[in-house]
Design a protein around this ligand. Structure first.
Ligand SMILES: Cc1ncc(COP(=O)(O)O)c(C=O)c1O
Length: 391
């Protein structure tokens, strides 16, 4: 029996296509790296979140293979049943050291970690205060928890302060959540001010450091290390492995009481199979590499500076960002796709990001840089942008 015609799926799909927002995954014939293969063509890749070039690092791959020899492939069960191996335990401890937190809990994805924080800590009588441009997983966390969602203007600490002051005295737990590095914008709000404002109101702060972990901080400990924010200032720290760490999965870090509470109550931790132990072992190896070899962060910073100054030289304006995410705002969705396709024709993979991932009228090319790039890669991209955008 097909889906009922009354559901109107074809019509809805046609509407998505008509406004230039139809999306389809591209088929990669290679692993991640500065260069990827699509349709038999080698493309310079400026769309990945593999900021340190670890996703295809041989040492990370070797750690994964060695762990498969020990543990096999699947974890076989959830953490609380019998899926929690010594590889998972070692990763939790490595993350606690990296982030300077008391305890860590692993999740299978960052999306699940954010849902798990809200569902484990908040209920209908509670409030979740969020930056308007927070990642979809944080916003979705509000509905899964039943907490009242209140949003403040992007990066606007004064507005956050007003929102906190306007809360009903009857509100019980108030959690302020923010991306540290905004995923589609690349900017970092004033995290110390956000922490101070949150603490002053007696609320708690959750930071989603998906795009900061490994990249920010002298040791790669992320936004909290870079901005000297300890466990008291940011009691709920979330990070992911699928970006700078080059693997997959996520974690939440914080106090003993936080981790024990999530262990008992966080549904996306409890009711799902633990990540494969080999992925945990590979992630441990990534952490060793990023802490021991700081040259990747230094090199990435140099590439970011080079890209920004070369783009300024050709008279192009990027969105304000000092991180590896350097978006070029286009506006119209179809125009963003056209530009992305024109770059593709010249050998560059720079994916257009359109609504609903970004606000209406703010389609953009989300250009991301990686330590896997070299200066010549950056110069080639700038050259292509000069030919296509500033002609
Ligand atoms: C800010 C942010 N939080 C959470 C996630 C979700 O992480 P994951 O890909 O591990 O589900 C992402 C990206 O995917 C992200 O950009």
């Amino acid at each position: 029996m097909p889906l009922p015609a009354s559901w109107g799926l074809e019509k809805a799909l046609a509407e998505i296509a008509a406004i230039g927002q139809f999306r389809r995954p591209r088929l990669l014939e290679s692993g991640q790296g500065a260069r990827v293969t699509i349709d038999g063509r080698t493309l310079l890749n400026f769309s990945s979140n593999d900021y340190l070039g670890l996703a295809a690092h041989p040492a990370v791959g070797r750690a994964l293979k060695a762990a498969v020899d020990t543990y096999g492939v699947g974890s076989g069960a959830s953490h609380l049943v019998c899926g929690h191996t010594s590889a998972h335990e070692a990763l939790e401890q490595a993350l606690a050291r990296l982030t300077g937190r008391s305890r860590v809990l692993l999740y299978s994805t960052g999306y699940m970690a954010n849902l798990g924080v809200a569902s484990g800590l908040l209920g209908r009588q509670d409030v979740l205060l969020q930056d308007k441009l927070n990642h979809a997983s944080l916003l979705d966390a509000a509905s899964i928890s039943g907490a009242k969602l209140v949003r403040y203007r992007h990066g606007d600490v004064r507005h956050l302060h007003e929102r906190l002051a306007a809360l009903q005295p009857s509100s019980q737990r108030v959690l302020v959540s923010s991306d540290s590095v905004f995923s589609m914008d690349g900017d970092v709000p004033d995290l110390r001010m956000i922490a101070a404002c949150t603490a002053q109101a007696g609320a708690a702060l959750q930071l989603d450091d998906a795009h900061g972990l490994g990249v920010l901080g002298a040791k790669g400990g992320g936004a909290c290390e870079a901005h000297a924010l300890d466990e008291d200032a940011v009691p709920v720290l979330m990070g992911t492995f699928g970006k700078a760490l080059g693997t997959a999965g996520a974690f939440v870090a914080g106090s003993e009481a936080l981790i024990e509470t999530l262990t008992q109550k966080s549904r996306t931790f409890i009711y799902t199979t633990a990540m494969p132990p080999a992925v945990a072992a590979a992630t441990c190896r990534s952490i060793e590499l990023l802490t021991e070899e700081s040259w990747r962060r230094t090199h990435l910073q140099q590439l970011i500076s080079r890209f920004k100054s070369k783009v300024a030289e050709i008279g192009l304006k990027l969105m304000p960002s000092d991180t590896a995410i350097q978006p070029l705002l286009v506006g119209d969705s179809s125009a963003a796709v056209d530009l992305s396709n024109a770059l593709l024709a010249r050998g560059f993979l720079v994916v257009a990001i359109r609504p609903p991932t970004v606000p209406a009228g703010e389609a953009r090319l989300r250009i991301t840089l990686s330590a896997a790039h070299d200066e010549n890669d950056i110069d080639q991209l700038v050259h292509a942008l000069a030919a296509l955008v500033t002609q």
